[in-house]
Design a protein around this ligand. Structure first.
Ligand SMILES: Nc1ncnc2c1ncn2[C@@H]1O[C@H](COP(=O)(O)OP(=O)(O)OP(=O)(O)O)[C@@H](O)[C@H]1O
Ligand SMILES: [Mg+2]
Length: 229
């Protein structure tokens, strides 16, 4: 197969590893900086230009779109979809996963266990909301954060009020969530390809921190999930 990896740099560790494995599997692979891709639209002829040159349509793309370029990256992925390329992540999935509210709405419908969550247009009823999710303490998250940034633990109603006020001031939308204390700063991450779990890891937050993200100082190890997990 001819595969294009949409990344910002071919020297990123994750991109290098994907190139290595794709070559090992016998594919022709190249990395493209997604920010240097242009879209050209005309009737029934969707094309992508790279550094000003029209590209040969690959069989498949592997999008590696960072959170800071979601809009641009998604538009390019959608264009490759229009060109009938296979993609490991669809543009729709990309958009859904970048919005914590939208992804929880979808998980809720599909019957996945989740912390109780409230999204509101911010009345004067923080105490009510905290109660609804079994707190305080409660977790307050910005809708489009990643790497644990914008994920806060409010121990009291006053703290929750202050965090909500600050986000309101910045016109940033947040969700308010039940704090899962028994997690003890750990979480499990399952990698799913199609409908199969192909790998899993456990992340543990550093002491004094509830967020398990590696970017926040957490550690990780590879694990095997139980059937229920
Ligand atoms: N409701 C909660 N109760 C306890 N711990 C939580 C809760 N929500 C998040 N955490 C901890 O904080 C970490 C970061 O939260 P979350 O995964 O929601 O945000 P993110 O990692 O910034 O975004 P994303 O996973 O969408 O890239 C989680 O991995 C988990 O360890
Ligand atoms: Mg996370």
């Amino acid at each position: 197969m001819k595969i294009n990896i949409l990344s910002r740099s071919a020297s990123l560790y994750s991109t290098k590893r994907l190139i290595e494995e794709a070559r090992k599997a016998g594919h022709i692979v190249k990395a493209m900086n997604v920010l240097h891709c242009d879209i050209k639209l005309e009737k029934q002829k969707p094309t992508v230009y790279y550094h000003g040159e029209r590209i040969v349509t690959p069989d498949a793309i592997i999008p590696r779109i960072g959170a800071s370029i979601t809009f641009y990256g998604t538009a390019i992925v959608r264009q490759f979809e229009m060109m009938n390329c296979l993609t490991t992540v669809s543009s729709t999935a990309l958009v859904r996963s970048r919005d914590k509210l939208q992804s929880l709405q979808l998980l809720s419908r599909s019957g996945v266990d989740m912390p109780m969550t409230v999204f509101t247009n911010f009345g004067e009823h923080t105490d009510d909301i905290c109660k609804q999710v079994g707190g305080p303490p409660v977790v307050i998250k910005v809708l489009e954060g990643t790497q644990g940034i914008g994920v806060n633990l409010a121990e009291t109603i006053e703290a929750a009020d202050a965090i909500i006020d600050a986000n309101n001031e910045l016109r940033t939308r947040v969700i308010i969530q039940e704090f899962i204390k028994e997690a003890g700063g750990a979480d499990l991450r399952a990698f799913v390809v199609g409908d199969k779990v192909v790998g899993a890891m456990k992340r543990q937050a550093q002491k004094g921190e509830f967020r398990s993200n590696l970017h926040r100082g957490g550690t990780s190890k590879s694990i095997t999930l139980s059937k229920q997990e």
